[in-house]
Write a protein that binds this ligand. Structure first.
Ligand SMILES: *Cc1c(COP(=O)(O)O)cnc(C)c1O
Length: 417
């Protein structure tokens, strides 16, 4: 029987197999055919504590008996109040307001609208958004507009709005990035910078220095340009700290969180904003409210999962688990480097990446990545290389044996391809 499902980022014309997964637990996906696969990319960067985490599943089951879904415009419920209070307690103090949505892309759309609304309310004509080359912020029109342009968004290009682009701060070339940012921030009309702090995920796990992020923040602050941090991927411990911004001593004006917000169990996102941004929309005039909502804003069941995630962060040694995993990832990468050749070995917290030497062009359409993916799948490992970049971003519960299996498969791939 053929499936009617149209899969995301999948070319159905190639007829590649679409594996059927039945259940999951910890770092494992269990297939319908009985095979277990190690989820070495946290199911596209969402799963933090492990699949079907008992505390999160229990919170979802419990909430599902009480309140499933309700309007959030002008109404509230306890799970959402608790998420907001819980976030306030562990996120930077100056981020006083919590706006809910349901995905990383919508969290970014909300951040952009907040920034533009802020300047509009203040009566200043500032519309220019500054972005970093190779960035990814989601697949909706606004999120695509502030992301890298390429084969992914070519058909929609005429609809995407113009942004100002600064170069990626590659090691040794940081000053070019800072100079470009200074020039855009100094020019009239610049509203905000939106950036993935410390590592550009979809752009190829490109890592840059905390000092550069701090310098970028200082430039924005000096010109009153809003600093929007997209921590949708980097948040919740991935880079070794709760937020990547922490490592640069930077507090953004607006913070986007999603993926790990519920431990990766169910969809939910928040955009946290500083008080001045909230105040700019505060009025007795209804025409000046923040005009944004989606049907499932702050869904109670998703909020219950987020509260369980927050409790895990408060009560369990998550930071120690992250530090331990970071150490193991660095050790495996170094060990592999002694046996075989690859380029640009890099780690940041729990993320480790390397580039295979390849004769192809290495772009997204290069056949290397899908061939690698199939190679890993045959070895019971789920990895999804970005071009010739192979990266490992596992859930924090991955066992030493599982992590060893992942890295041994990568070692084999480095030699075979
Ligand atoms: C995944 C991602 C997004 C988009 O999140 P979705 O939930 O897939 O819409 C936005 N920004 C970054 C940095 C991401 O990694």
């Amino acid at each position: 029987m053929t499936s009617s499902v149209w899969h995301p980022f999948t070319q159905h014309g190639l007829g590649e197999p679409v594996p059927l997964v039945e259940r999951a637990g910890g770092a494992l996906l269990h297939m319908a055919d009985g095979q277990a696969v190690i989820d070495a990319i946290s199911s596209w960067w969402v799963t933090t504590h492990g699949h079907c985490h008992p505390r999160i599943m229990a919170a979802i089951a419990d909430q599902a008996q009480k309140l499933d879904q309700m309007i959030f415009a002008g109404w509230t419920h306890q799970p959402a109040e608790d998420v907001a209070a819980g976030l306030r307690a562990i996120m930077p103090e100056s981020l006083t307001r919590v706006f809910f949505s349901d995905s990383g892309s919508t969290a970014v759309e909300v951040a952009l609208k907040m920034a533009l609304g802020y300047w509009h309310a203040r009566g200043e004509t500032r519309h220019r958004i500054v972005v970093m080359e190779h960035s990814y912020h989601g697949d909706t029109i606004g999120a695509m507009s502030v992301g890298a342009r390429g084969v992914f968004n070519q058909p929609y290009e005429p609809l995407l709005f113009d942004v100002a682009r600064i170069p990626f701060p590659a090691a040794g070339a940081e000053q070019d990035t800072l100079d470009a940012l200074e020039a855009f921030c100094g020019a009239p009309g610049t509203a905000a910078l939106i950036v993935e702090p410390l590592v550009l995920g979809a752009g190829g796990m490109l890592v840059y220095a905390p000092e550069t992020l701090a310098a970028m923040h200082a430039i924005c602050a000096r010109h009153g340009v809003l600093f929007l941090a997209d921590e949708v991927m980097t948040g919740w411990g991935r880079t070794g700290t709760l937020l990547a911004c922490e490592q640069a001593g930077v507090t953004p004006d607006v913070l986007c969180l999603s993926k790990g917000l519920t431990g990766g169990a169910v969809p939910l996102a928040v955009t946290m904003a500083s008080e001045p941004i909230f105040e700019a929309h505060w009025s007795t005039d209804r025409a000046k409210m923040f005009f944004h909502s989606s049907s499932y804003t702050a869904n109670p069941i998703a909020c219950a999962a987020a509260n369980a995630n927050l409790a895990i962060w408060r009560e369990e040694p998550v930071r120690d688990r992250v530090a331990a995993l970071a150490g193991k990832q660095a050790a495996w990468l170094e060990k592999l480097g002694q046996f075989c050749h690859f380029d640009n070995a890099r780690t940041l917290g729990t993320i480790a990446a390397l580039d295979l030497k390849t004769s192809g062009e290495g772009g997204y359409l290069d056949t290397l990545a899908p061939r690698l993916m199939a190679f890993f799948r045959e070895r019971g490992v789920l990895l999804r290389p970005l071009g010739n970049t192979v990266y490992v971003m596992p859930p924090y519960c991955i066992t030493d044996e599982q992590l060893g299996d992942v890295w041994n498969a990568i070692g084999e791939a480095v030699i075979s391809f």
